[in-house]
Design a protein around this ligand. Structure first.
Ligand code: SF4
Length: 430
């Protein structure tokens, strides 16, 4: 069984296992419904999802939805973080509400960063870059330690989480400090926060993540379900919905029975849906949600997620913060970024003759990966590079120079935008 460890250094070689073992759905199945897909979607870099259909339906029908992500302010922001920032921004551009949490409690508890360092890293590394990439005012940017509502929600979720569950997911043991455990719950609170009353209540929320972050998503989906006042079960026959609320006020169950025409029992209401149209069934769900909110519950929807592939480290293998040549930081000097590209591992053959004869292997090339993920927006241009590479007419030396120039230009442009973003922090309440 594959174990996914969000705090460890796991490389997931075989993404298809995630579909079979963890129940992640294939993103491609939704692609044709998306009007203006992001290049990560078009290029199958986003490969999987949980419940993203709920977000897509809201997007297509003009209903509220949100996208959120958290960043741990303990190191430099790099191209991997850019991917998540772009995904949040894309959802904001499609009409969603955007949330960006700076996970300073986690950085403090797990990485030992001081609060001052957390603040500096949070703003200088992550927030400035997110604004520079196009995050617009209206986005909710916050530090975990500064959000009373997130901390309260984490406490509330803690009632439904136990040590065995957290240990099974994260490998916690008797030596794990308690604040580390609290930081796991705080991340769940971050994920559910966009559905709190303060932000308009329950709605579809997507969390764009790398596949290694799925344990957080599964934990949070489970906690959302357990924290809700009511659980809705569609009976096996498909003819009835059972609304269960063991600890729910009797009055709330009574109101659900009355408003849906259901039958009231001691701890549940059974509602026949035989002959009801899909819209009428949706109305039943909506009534249960409204009654739960009226009686002080959360009525959380299970958070949705999208999963993107990891970028390979520039030397092959994994990107690692302890090996600066393996990644390009968003604040690397443009000339240093270009040099890293020139030193990167390619999919080229050993000799020029072989390259001409056999062609290169772009699928194994970290330089090509930079073009696909970050540097070339035009799909046709990318196709030309690919064809020339496999056809043996493209030489790695020139290809690296071309990519290094694009990288240098990208970093220069981004860093100029970061300086403008510094002037705009006030627009985001910072
Ligand atoms: S030609 Fe370019 S894309 Fe092809 S292997 Fe060489 S560096 Fe990579």
């Amino acid at each position: 069984m594959t174990t996914l460890d969000p705090w460890g250094a796991v490389k997931i070689d075989n993404y298809s296992k995630l579909f079979d073992e963890f129940g992640i759905s294939k993103f491609d199945e939704l692609l044709e419904k998306i009007k203006n897909p992001h290049r990560y979607m078009r290029r199958h870099i986003i490969f999987g999802h949980r419940s993203y259909d709920s977000v897509l339906n809201a997007m297509l029908s003009g209903k509220p939805f949100a996208a959120m992500s958290g960043f741990m302010p303990s190191g430099r922001a790099h191209l991997g973080h850019k991917m998540v920032m772009e995904e949040i921004i894309w959802h904001q551009q499609q009409g969603g509400d955007a949330f960006l949490a700076i996970a300073d409690m986690e950085a403090h508890a797990v990485r030992g960063k001081t609060w001052k360092e957390c603040r500096e890293y949070g703003i200088n590394e992550y927030i400035l870059s997110a604004i520079a990439f196009g995050l617009e005012p209206g986005a909710h940017i916050y530090f975990q330690s500064g959000s009373e509502s997130v901390k309260s929600l984490a406490f509330e979720l803690g009632i439904k989480a136990n040590l065995s569950e957290l240990s099974a997911i994260y490998g916690f043991n008797g030596e794990t400090n308690i604040a580390h455990m609290v930081s796991a719950l705080t991340q769940s609170a971050d994920i559910l926060n966009p559905q709190s009353e303060e932000f308009g209540g329950p709605k579809p929320v997507v969390i764009p993540v790398g596949a290694d972050q799925d344990p957080h998503i599964r934990l949070t989906r489970g906690l959302a379900y357990k924290t809700n006042m009511f659980r809705l079960l569609v009976e096996e026959t498909g003819k009835e919905i059972s609304v269960r609320g063991k600890a729910a006020p009797k009055e709330a169950l009574k109101e659900i029975a009355k408003r849906t025409g259901g039958t009231l029992y001691e701890e549940h209401v059974d509602i026949s849906i035989l002959g009801r149209t899909p819209a009428e069934v949706a109305e039943v769900y909506s009534i249960v949600q409204k009654v739960e909110l009226k009686y002080g519950g959360y009525a959380f929807m299970p958070p949705a997620s999208t999963y993107h592939k990891f970028m390979t480290g520039l030397q092959g293998g994994k990107m690692s913060s302890s090996a600066p040549d393996s990644y390009i930081a968003l604040t690397d000097k443009p000339e240093d970024g270009a040099k890293k590209v020139m030193r990167a591992k390619t999919g080229g053959r050993v000799t020029v003759e072989e390259q001409k004869k056999l062609g290169g292997e772009p699928d194994k090339c970290t330089v090509y990966e930079l073009l696909v993920y970050h540097l070339v927006e035009d799909d046709n241009e990318l196709m030309e590079v690919y064809k020339d590479c496999v056809g043996g007419t493209r030489a790695c030396g020139n290809c690296k120079k071309y990519t290094a120039e694009l990288m240098s230009k990208f970093l220069k442009d981004h860093q100029e935008k970061r300086e403008l973003a510094r002037e705009r922090l006030g627009e985001f309440g910072l």
